[in-house]
Design a binder for this molecule. Structure first.
Ligand SMILES: [Zn+2]
Length: 65
C-alpha cells in the first residue's frame, strides 16, 4: 500500500518536470519557479527551464486558478 503511493507521487513529479527542448530535443533542466503576484494578474507562477545541449531558455507561465 505504502509502496504504491510512493510510485504515484514519483510518476506525478516526473510528468510535471519532463520537457524536451523545442530546438534539439534534449531534456530541459528545471531552473526554478518565481512568484508573479506583483507582475501580472493573469499568471501566478513562472517556471524556468534550460537546455544543457543548445542553451535554449524556456519560461512556463502558470495561469491563475
Ligand atoms: Zn536544446
Amino acid at each position: 500500500m505504502r509502496h504504491g503511493a510512493d510510485l504515484d507521487s514519483l510518476d506525478g513529479k516526473q510528468e510535471q518536470q519532463r520537457f524536451n527542448c523545442w530546438h534539439c530535443g534534449s531534456e530541459l533542466v528545471w531552473g526554478g519557479d518565481h512568484d508573479l503576484d506583483d507582475y501580472t494578474q493573469d499568471y501566478d507562477i513562472v517556471s524556468n527551464f534550460q537546455c544543457m545541449n543548445c542553451e535554449t531558455f524556456v519560461e512556463v507561465y502558470h495561469k491563475c486558478q
